[in-house]
Design a protein around this ligand. Sequence first.
Ligand code: ALL
Length: 334
Amino acid sequence: MVNLRHYSFGLILLAFFGTSFLFVGCDGSSPSVSGDTAASPAGSPDATAKPRIALVMKSLANEFFQTMESGAKRHQEESKSYELLSNGIKDEKDVTRQIDLVEQMAAQGVDAIVIAPADSKALIPVLEKVRKQNIIVVNIDNRLDEAILKEKGLCIPFVGPNNRTGAEAVGNYVLDKLSSGSEVVIVEGVPNAYNGEQRKLGFEDAIKNRGMNLVASQTANWEMSEANTLVGSMLVAHPNLKCVLAANDNMALGAVSAIAAAGKSADVIVGGFDNISAAQNLVKEGKLAATADQYGDKLAVFGIEYAQKLLADKNAAPADLETTVSLVTADSLK
Ligand code: ALL
């Protein structure tokens, strides 16, 4: 698979639009972004002022979000057509802090909020509140709970990849290296993160496809050190373990070092998700069998461009955009 990271942004856009950009409208009763909301930036006294767009991310300790933030900042510097306020939380589980950040951005009178929610359910009430203040909301990376949105009659567009198929591709590739019936564990993301749940399902699909034996599946909350401890104890509980499938690269890195510490690097292989630079290096060195690139640097940019579109076009109906996810292996990195 081609690694698009080396391509120019223009080409990336072409690739995204040309191959896998899927537009899916919010179904049901969508209070679409229209008339009153789109044209008049909330809290902005000057109609000619540049729109203010807030990017609300998750843990800035995670390279995935550092990459996302620098992609957004680069876009803003090049476009200069809007003001960017970017924020994140320190701890993957600090949902309360992320809710506060949304409140703060609204209080500062931003016109749009582009958010990667730390929890697919818990962020919905505050986002409902800011929508009522005519602030545009675009959901990126981790999808908000569709059933709750529907129940509330809220239509918030989602921009992001299909995590299930991405994880299945990683799982299929990694498990092809093992004989059927081998013991496998899954290291999950935080509970209540839809993308983590989808990645778990994708790994389970691959385990079924390849006839493997899933012996444990537990969360390490997206964190490297938690995964390190968890995998350390899984190795003791399952001495015949052959593979760890981790729902993000930070946890895959924690798994790789736990396996090395147990002296089992030759026996247990690992798959991850994100294609952060440290993981990419391990793939090149043959210490991580595969990961998935979900182009973190472009995800926020697409969300921002989508928010700009909704701000500029009163009649634009919010719709979901499916972005590309690619398998990354030692071969694809050559
Ligand atoms: C998810 C992202 C990344 C990341 C994780 C940790 O939403 O898609 O996989 O590693 O958050 O916050």
